[in-house]
Every structure is written in structure tokens, then in C-alpha cells.
Design a protein around this ligand. Structure first.
Ligand code: NAD
Length: 347
């Protein structure tokens, strides 16, 4: 199976290198890696943050492992040439509409959460966020009211196929975990949400083994802080998911620990840590590679049908933490490659 490696900028190459070492050990005999340029690194080399060659590689590959993009040298470029455009371009070109963000607190890191350890310790959920629709992609603009005041507008909409497509990912994800799906909407106020809720309920007939519940987004925001342990899988739209997934991840501790996936309708995915290129620590060996290593585990599970190998990686990460392995963001002094070594030693 072909893995497109897109390390990108800043700490991206450092953390991707550690994930590749781990993948080599658990599945090296079945994986081939091919590197592509992306982000500021691509702009500097060939004048575009997402070169055609990289896009072709991403399309050919069975899965994509992505580091991070973002380079202060590129901040003054026109928007379409900025490194961050590469990730949006990839998602769009590959039809990746589902964002999966697991939030799990490793018990050894309970002190790293903003929540009390006994509340945070129960966090083990996945947020499934729709990526290609909602208010971000609806009609938008600036206009003048009849009285001559400036008015900005962004239209929120989802059609039933878009809702069913993401709801299906939610049900399937729940089926592979604790079999509980909570659909988050604002159906008491928004027509878009009423349709969302109707379609999710219709689809639930096909998943009698998954317990479905519904929650208004304002309540969900509160429950995520009050009692996050109640959630198994949350499925929600682009706007609500944008906010809730960041909230959930911070409840679960350091940004250096959190993985994510963007999937298309065939479970092909782009896997990446949720953090950015961290220019403040790039090149210093300080980056925590665990978010990328855990992204690689997700890749094995969701796109490559290697759930056992994914379990092995996740267990090795937990064990390394239990043994006291800590990079600076976790209050320790290990370098990026020493953290990689700690995981490899257990594998
Ligand atoms: P960031 O996530 O890069 O960094 C935020 C803070 O967290 C920094 O202090 C950084 O040192 C720390 N940090 C991040 N990852 C870490 C890790 N693995 N180990 C230890 N510490 C870590 O966010 P930012 O500073 O807002 O953005 C920097 C650049 O990254 C910007 O250009 C931004 O646009 C880009 N960005 C890219 C992505 C992506 O590629 N998907 C996501 C977010 C931000």
C-alpha cells in the first residue's frame, strides 16, 4: 500500500519522521512511502504550496500522512499562495468531507487537562465533523440594508444527501467503538438543523445497534466541560464541529497529543496532527511526535484495515507515557526522537 508522506513546514518533517519509524516497525512489509512537497516548503521549491505533482501523489496513494503547513516567511504572500491553502486544496480535490477527531485523555496526563483530573480522566470520544458544507460554503457577501447600513451575510444550508453522508460516518464510527452516537444541532431555532435531525433519525433505522441521542449545540458545549465522559461519538455540522472539536481537544490535554483524519466516501483519508507547524520550536528537537504517531495509527485503522497494528501503536504510546516519557509540552525534557525511541522500545 502506498502512503503519501507530506511533511510540510516547521516541526512537520520532525514529527512525520518519527511516525514513519513507528509504521516501519508495525507494518513496514506492507507499506511503501513516497514523499511530496507541500506548504511553504513547496512554495519555496517550486512556487506553489500545493504542486500538481503532490496532488497527483495524494490521489494515487492509499492514504496520506500529513505533518503541518505554515511558514512565517510566507505570511505576506497573496492568500492563494499561502502554505495553509494546501490543506484546504487537498481536502477539496480529494473530496474529503468527514473530519474525525478523537479526544482521549491518557490517564498519565490527567494533570495536563484544563479540567479536574477526575472529570478529564473519563474523556474518550470521537467528534465527527462535516467539512464541505454549512455556513462556510453557502452564499456570502456584503450588502447594504434598505436604510444604507452595511450588512454581512453567510447562508447556512445542508441538503439531505450531505447530512446522510456525514451521519453515516458517525454511525459507522460509533459502531466500531462504544455504539453511542450523539447528533449535535440547533433544531429549536434553525431549519438547517431540523432537516439535519430528521435525516439522522431516518438513517438510524439502518443502525439499530447504535444508540442515537440528540443535543442542542449550546448544551453540548456545556456538557463537554461538565461531564465529557458521557460522549462516545458526536456527529455535527461544519460550524458547530469547528468549535466543539477544539474545545474537546483542549479538555484532553496537550496539543502535541491529538490526532485527526479527513475522510472521503471510500474511507480514504488524510491523517494529521491537529497542531500547526510550531515555528517557535521548529528545528530544535522539542516537538512532541505523539500526535503524528497517533495519526498514523488512525490511518492504519480507518483507511488500511490494520486495526490490530493500530491498537499496538496506541498501546505502546500509553505504555511509554506510563513509563514517564515526556517531551517539553508534557513537562519533560525528552527530544522528539527520544520520544520516538520510547515508543519504538515498547513495540
Ligand atoms: P501551532 O499549533 O503551530 O502552535 C501553537 C503552540 O503549540 C506553539 O507554542 C507550539 O510550540 C506548540 N506546539 C504545537 N505543536 C506542538 C508539538 N507537537 N509539540 C510541542 N509543542 C507544540 O499553532 P500556531 O502557532 O497558531 O500556528 C503556527 C503555524 O501553523 C501558522 O502558520 C498556522 O497557520 C499553521 N497551522 C497549520 C495547521 C495545519 O497544518 N493543519 C494547523 C494549525 C496551524
Amino acid at each position: 500500500m502506498l502512503i503519501a508522506l507530506l511533511p510540510g513546514d516547521g516541526i512537520g518533517p520532525e514529527v512525520v519522521a518519527e511516525a514513519v519509524r513507528v509504521l516501519d516497525v508495525v507494518a513496514g512489509d506492507r507499506l511503501t512511502f513516497e514523499k511530496g512537497l507541500v506548504g511553504g516548503a513547496a512554495y519555496k521549491a517550486v512556487g506553489h504550496p500545493l504542486p500538481q505533482e503532490t496532488l497527483d501523489l495524494a490521489k494515487r496513494a492509499d492514504a496520506i500522512l500529513f505533518g503541518a503547513v505554515g511558514d512565517p516567511d510566507c505570511d505576506a504572500l497573496e492568500r492563494h499562495l499561502r502554505p495553509e491553502q494546501a490543506i484546504l486544496g487537498l481536502r477539496k480535490a480529494l473530496g474529503m468531507f468527514a473530519n474525525l477527531r478523537p479526544a482521549k485523555l491518557f490517564k498519565e496526563l490527567a494533570d495536563a487537562s484544563a479540567l479536574r483530573p477526575e472529570v478529564a480522566g473519563a474523556i474518550d470520544m470521537v467528534i465527527v465533523r462535516e467539512l464541505n458544507g454549512d455556513v462556510y460554503f453557502g452564499e456570502k457577501g456584503m450588502r447594504k440594508t434598505a436604510e444604507g447600513r452595511r450588512e454581512g451575510y453567510d447562508v447556512m444550508s445542508y441538503d439531505e444527501d450531505e447530512v446522510a453522508r456525514i451521519a453515516r460516518v458517525g454511525f459507522e464510527t460509533a459502531r466500531a467503538r462504544g455504539r453511542r452516537l450523539c447528533s449535535v444541532d440547533k433544531a429549536n431555532v434553525l431549519e438547517t438543523s431540523q432537516l439535519w435531525r430528521d435525516v439522522v433519525i431516518e438513517l438510524s433505522a439502518q443502525y439499530p445497534d447504535v444508540e442515537l441521542s440528540h443535543m442542542y449545540v449550546d448544551n453540548a458545549a456545556m456538557q463537554l466541560v461538565r461531564n465529557p465522559g458521557q460522549f462516545d461519538v458526536i456527529v455535527t455540522g461544519n460550524l458547530f464541529g469547528d468549535i466543539l472539536s477544539d474545545q474537546a481537544s483542549m479538555c484532553a490535554g496537550s496539543i502535541g497529543m491529538l490526532a485527526s483524519a479527513a475522510l472521503d466516501s471510500n474511507q480514504k483519508g488524510l491523517y494529521e496532527p491537529i497542531h500547526g507547524s510550531a515555528p517557535d520550536i521548529a528545528g530544535q528537537g522539542k516537538a512532541n511526535p505523539l500526535a503524528t504517531i497517533l495519526s498514523a495509527a488512525m490511518m492504519l485503522r480507518y483507511s488500511l484495515g490494520m486495526a490490530d497494528e493500530a491498537d499496538r501503536i496506541e498501546a505502546a504510546v500509553a505504555k511509554a507515557l506510563e513509563n514517564g516519557a515526556r517531551t517539553a509540552d508534557l513537562g519533560g525534557a525528552m527530544t522528539t526522537s527520544e520520544m520516538g525511541d520510547a515508543v519504538l522500545a515498547i513495540l
